[in-house]
Design a protein around this ligand. Structure first.
Ligand code: SF4
Length: 476
């Protein structure tokens, strides 16, 4: 799997994305639509803030008692005949799936959309052992054929147009196809139906696990998850350990919050709830069900007052649709499975090491993500705290360090500040025109390449103030 941008840092990848006019238009178009639909549907629904409040309370309570609810969830699942596995790492989760596949002599697997399986690169691990995995969500199927990774949590192929999709489908099938959405969807439907019939294993994610019943709730718009979990003999569920809810009535709250936030739909098209494998008197369902509950860095956030709330996330993608950075650069530029504001916070938390440490800087800190989040996660505050952490652990460029030291020296002393202003005003003289500096020189070039830099005024407010007071304009 690849992304169209291969550079190793977010700045370079963002530059490549910004040069791609098609990508920017496509991302703008789709995120605008999702955002506008969400606004319309939540306005019509009413009391949206009260629903957000309730969603936040449920998630806070659940994550604060996660050990209790996970234990209850696992016990109820086992009582219904499911096998429950706890995996500390992505490798462990992949190993468990491979063991199940080997025990079943599986050759083919169908899969519904799941960010956790992307996180652990499950398809790659299965294909390595000779199991062919077919994605059945239309967007995921498209990017699987393209050999790419998703660029949005909810709309994985947001960066593809109909011509590109037609070309991918023609290359796969050898058939001639039109660019009509109906024809393209019909081709995918024909092709995928065969896959459901021949797959040995069905793999799904889990939107929510219900502790009081031991049920798995899955939300889709295509109904593909129902076929994935019912047609093959073995159903494997992968879920992040935080995706549990205490009760069915809590699910009702999220049955509103998730589709409204994700796609601006009043209700999801298919909400399927499965509680264990098929029983003797039942007509459908898998004969064997395995639920793999993944940690992979999540439990490190428990008890951390700065970051525990990241486990409240329900992966709706609403923060991506409003983020001024994501809307310009799309998902691949983040270089992580989780893009946008949630990815910028989550990826460095889940992964130790250097790989994602530049992501907390891929944000304007405008707070739009917080306003959009159905469970009120303060992503913008977390981004600042991640930056603080990086600085505290020495992850800061020497030039940046020197710049901030100079800033502190100047702004920490009134005399020094005034002297610096006087010197800077003289130095800017050859560069300032009509109140702006437009020359691309030295450290301001990064700004002046695409914007005008305001020049220092002839007199600063501090210099004007005594005069205003003398004239009597400086009071009240
Ligand atoms: S952080 Fe909030 S808005 Fe973003 S994906 Fe998670 S729940 Fe949705």
């Amino acid at each position: 799997m690849s992304t169209p941008h291969s550079s190793s840092n977010v700045h370079d990848r963002a530059q490549q994305a910004l040069a791609d006019d098609f990508l920017r238009k496509a991302v703008h178009f789709t995120t605008d639509r999702l955002r506008n639909k969400k606004q319309a549907v939540t306005g019509e629904f009413g009391n949206w803030e009260a629903w957000r409040e309730r969603g936040q309370q449920i998630r806070q309570h659940t994550i604060a008692h996660l050990d209790y609810y996970l234990d209850q969830f696992a016990r109820h699942l086992e009582a219904h005949g499911a096998h429950v596995h706890f995996a500390a790492t992505g490798e462990e989760a992949s190993y468990i799936v491979r063991e199940i596949a080997a025990a079943k002599s599986a050759k083919r697997a169908v899969k519904s959309k799941s960010m956790v399986t992307e996180e652990i690169h499950l398809n790659h691990h299965l294909e390595e052992m000779g199991v062919q995995v077919v994605e059945t969500d239309l967007g995921e199927y498209i990017i699987q054929l393209a050999g790419e990774t998703p660029s949005h949590i909810i709309i994985p192929a947001i960066h593809k147009n109909r011509e590109q999709i037609r070309d991918l489908f023609e290359a796969e099938s050898g058939e001639q196809l039109t660019t009509e959405t109906r024809d393209l969807a019909a081709f995918a439907r024909r092709r995928l139906r065969q896959e459901y019939l021949t797959a040995d294993i069905g793999i799904t994610g889990c939107n929510f696990g219900i502790a009081e019943t031991g049920s798995i709730a899955l939300f889709t718009n295509e109904g593909n998850a129902d076929l994935v979990m019912n047609m093959p003999k073995t159903h494997i569920v992968l879920m992040g350990m935080e995706r549990v809810l205490p009760t069915m009535s809590d699910l009702e709250v999220f049955a509103h919050l998730l589709p409204k936030s994700a796609t601006g739909q009043n209700v999801i098209t298919y909400m399927s709830i499965v509680t264990g494998p098929r029983r003797d008197n039942e007509a459908d369902g898998a004969e064997e069900m395995h639920v793999i509950i993944l940690d992979n860095g999540r439990s490190r956030q428990l008890g951390d007052p700065d970051f525990q709330a990241i486990l409240h996330c329900i992966r709706c993608g609403a923060c991506l649709n409003v983020c001024p950075v994501y809307r310009q650069i799309g998902g691949h530029a983040y270089g992580s499975v989780y893009p946008g504001p949630i990815g910028a916070v989550l990826s460095p938390l889940l992964n130790d090491g250097e790989t994602y440490q530049d992501l907390p800087y891929a944000s304007s800190l405008c707070g739009a993500c917080y306003e959009a989040c159905p469970v009120k996660i303060p992503l913008h505050d977390m981004l600042v705290r991640e930056r603080q952490r990086l600085v505290a652990t020495g992850h800061v460029k020497p030039a940046e360090k020197a710049a901030f030291r100079a800033f502190r020296q100047v702004f920490g002393n009134a005399g020094r500040y005034q002297t610096t202003i006087r010197i800077a005003r003289r130095l800017q003289f050859p560069l300032a025109h009509d109140g702006y500096i437009r020359a691309k020189i030295g450290p301001v070039a990064g700004w002046t390449t695409s914007r005008d830099f305001p020049a220092l005024p002839k007199r600063t407010f501090r210099e004007l103030w005594p005069e205003l007071v003398r004239k009597g304009n400086g009071r009240g």
